[in-house]
Ligand binder design. Structure first.
Ligand SMILES: [Zn+2]
Length: 148
């Protein structure tokens, strides 16, 4: 009797995991991205982004998405969903910072973020990136602190 219950529970869990995988794969195959994203299989940049950003900013966005790939964020999130853990806002922010830190041109990424989003978290990310490379909004060099 116990074996049968375990088998039913494992089968239901496998079905749940399969449904989530099919949703993710279907989304990647058939859904046009609204913003830059790594969908678990490839980096995708929507057409509107290509007209809104410079080539340098586009390259920076691509590197950010490659950061999501390098850190396995999509697949880790998939595993969390399958284990009914979900993704906390703190974890989501940490993943964005990790992907930002993967970019070799933080000034271009910050500039692109400022052009494409006014969301407070995105503006915070832009400021964090500008602080890293010592430039302010619009790429202006900030005075450096000098110590006597
Ligand atoms: Zn991201």
């Amino acid at each position: 009797m116990l074996e049968r219950i375990v088998l039913v529970v494992l089968s239901l869990w496998a079905l749940w995991a399969l449904c989530n995988f099919l949703l993710m794969a279907g989304f990647a195959a058939f859904h046009e991205p609204i913003s830059a994203q790594f969908d678990g299989f490839r980096v995708r940049l929507p057409a509107w982004l290509r007209t809104a950003l410079t080539q340098r900013e586009l390259d920076a966005f691509r590197e950010h998405e490659e950061g999501h790939r390098a850190h396995w964020h999509t697949w880790k999130n998939y595993a969390r969903v399958c284990l009914f853990l979900g993704l906390t806002p703190t974890e989501r922010r940490r993943q964005e910072y990790e992907a930002d830190d993967h970019c070799s041109d933080p000034a271009a990424l910050a500039s692109g973020i400022r052009k494409t989003s006014k969301h407070p978290f995105d503006l915070h990310r832009a400021l964090r990136l500008e602080t890293r490379c010592n430039v302010g909004p619009a790429g202006r060099r900030q005075p450096t602190t000098r110590y006597a």
